[in-house]
Design a binder for this molecule. Sequence first.
Ligand SMILES: Cc1cc2nc3c(=O)[nH]c(=O)nc-3n(C[C@H](O)[C@H](O)[C@H](O)COP(=O)(O)OP(=O)(O)OC[C@H]3O[C@@H](n4cnc5c(N)ncnc54)[C@H](O)[C@@H]3O)c2cc1C
Ligand SMILES: O=C(O)CCC(=O)C(=O)O
Length: 338
Amino acid sequence: MKRLRLVVVGAGVVGFSTAVCIAEALPLCSVTLLSEKFSPDTTSDGAAGILFAAEFPDVPLERQRRWFKDSFDHLLAIAQSQHAPDAGVMLSSGCQIFKEVPANKTPFWSDLVIGFRIMADGELKRFPDHKFGQAFTSIKCECSSYLPWLEKRFREAGGQVEQRKVNSLQELSDGFDLIVNCSGLGSKELVGDAGVYPVRGQVLQVEAPWLNHFIRDGDGKTYIYPGIHSVTIGGTRQEGDWRLHVDKGDTQNILERCARLEPSLKKAKVLSEWVGLRPSRRNPRVERERVQLQGCMVPVVHNYGHGGWGVTIAWGTALDALELVRKCIQEMPQKAKL
Ligand SMILES: Cc1cc2nc3c(=O)[nH]c(=O)nc-3n(C[C@H](O)[C@H](O)[C@H](O)COP(=O)(O)OP(=O)(O)OC[C@H]3O[C@@H](n4cnc5c(N)ncnc54)[C@H](O)[C@@H]3O)c2cc1C
Ligand SMILES: O=C(O)CCC(=O)C(=O)O
């Protein structure tokens, strides 16, 4: 019996989440993950990995809530299991503080994280420049551990992995019946999407084991996220900036901004510096189309453009992508399904 051959392009948190969802749900299909780069060399690897999100302008809020909730619940189950240290997933409590009271005091995910509450005036005293704060428990998912863990899970479900750059979807039409595109910023070239652009982010890993709680400035530029082995501090959001090298000016600026929120960071040792390009788009593209490749109409499911929130919503969008894959398969002629 000929098995249906599926290919997932991309080995970041979106690609591996999608590949695992598909391989585990459709054991009769052959699933291959192809990617130019793997952990530790993807954008996902350096992300702070905190589950937190801003709203995308044109995606129905219910769908965004589902992406957040499905991802949060999936990672919470891992954080509370024996797999937590191997997968690099931990609960993380802290606060987001604002210099001005925000128009929306309760973000759309406030009831999806744990214990969300508005901070009392007394708690804000240590942040004299800030007037308003939200305290809650979220999750930190460290992709340098999580991606290898997902890869193992994918292989255990029968998935195959191959390192290769895909220059055009045409290259895939011979070997595969269905393509799932999770190539992040690579989609700009791979599928000619002019709406995809980089937002450069620089972060530092510092040694500060005395810090247990995260602090995020509501402007989204400055954050301190204690992790399993070190503390991630950041950041920058430089739109359209393709530079992948560390900028020493940014490093200095990050250290100063973070020490203003948490003075003890002046005593922290800098362990490493890292730059990544967020695969940004006005809205993530989670949809399907049929593309003519070498004379055949081939179904393509897209799942890319998660910007600064890819770790947060990867599992939720992967489940959506799985449903789109199922629909494509249902519409295939019976012969192709065998
Ligand atoms: C500094 C910084 C901090 C961040 N912190 C957080 C955070 O705290 N929380 C959060 O939710 N998000 C965070 N993000 C955002 C997050 O990193 C991204 O949203 C996420 O990594 C996107 O995942 P992805 O799988 O789409 O892309 P990537 O990780 O970039 O993976 C894309 C994959 O596609 C492959 N690929 C691309 N083109 C091709 C091709 N033509 N052929 C073959 N393979 C190809 C690449 O090699 C790679 O494997 C942060 C980002 C940065 C830069
Ligand atoms: O914005 C945050 O607080 C988390 C880090 C992040 O998502 C980012 O830098 O893109």
